[in-house]
Design a protein around this ligand. Structure first.
Ligand code: AMP
Length: 214
């Protein structure tokens, strides 16, 4: 299965992707995670990307497309993969289609996780991640037992730089302007599937599996 996950920041794409990894045994490719690692490692690419990310803007297409091409060529992607956070605009989607068509391995589906805008703000401003094991929490909906400390590994919980309120607003605007049109793009190609991303994580996952296996 070669799957694209679509949805606004905070729609829960990453959470669903992690459950899909377990079920289907294929890797998640999150361009956001790859870029954040490059930033943390202080690589030249990370330094370039950071200025865009901190503002909630998209990193230039050339950078991100290069990363994805390199990643999907790796052995663990032979059985398929879940693209999370890529493509983010029509230019990226068209390039992806071209690359995959040349390989004779087009996308299987694009799954849109739809969440009302009011909910997204709380999800994003409340989000905390463990420095140790990357476990995610939300101070409003799913807090850790002890504030600031991971239940699983006792690691320190932190807020992503781009989860600050101003940046979040910008990221949601960028989503509306650049990424939301991809829903129509994949619909026209006949591979769009949608689920409502509200309710418990497990209930959403059941809906995700149902539309993917339909
Ligand atoms: P995410 O974790 O997917 O919300 O991504 C965090 C940030 O990384 C975004 O706000 C962008 O600055 C950057 N980013 C991630 N994926 C892409 C992409 N496909 N194209 C451009 N920028 C991206």
């Amino acid at each position: 299965m070669r799957l694209v996950l679509l949805g606004a920041p905070g729609a829960g794409k990453g959470t669903q992707a992690k459950k899909l990894i377990d079920k289907y045994g294929i890797p998640q490719i999150s361009t956001g995670d790859i870029l954040r690692k490059a930033v943390a490692d202080g690589t030249p690419l990370g330094k370039e990307a950071k200025s865009y990310m901190d503002k909630g803007e998209l990193v230039p297409d050339s950078v991100v497309i290069g990363l994805v091409k390199e990643r999907i060529a790796q052995d663990d992607c032979k059985k398929g993969y879940i693209l999370d956070g890529f493509p983010r605009n029509t230019a990226q989607a068209e390039t992806l289609d071209k690359v995959l068509n040349d390989l004779g391995m087009p996308l299987t589906a694009a799954l849109s996780v739809d969440v009302p805008k009011d909910d997204l703000m709380k999800r994003l401003t409340g989000r905390r991640t463990c420095k140790g094991c990357q476990q995610m929490y939300n101070i409003y909906f799913s807090p850790s037992k002890k504030e600031g400390v991971c239940d699983k590994c006792s690691g320190e919980l932190f807020q992503r730089d781009d989860d600050k309120e101003e940046t979040i607003k910008r990221r949601l605007d960028v989503y509306e302007a650049s990424t939301a049109p991809l829903i129509d793009y994949y619909n026209k190609k006949g591979i769009l599937k949608s689920v409502q991303g509200v309710g418990s994580i497990d209930d959403i996952f059941k809906k995700v599996c149902a539309v993917l296996e339909a």
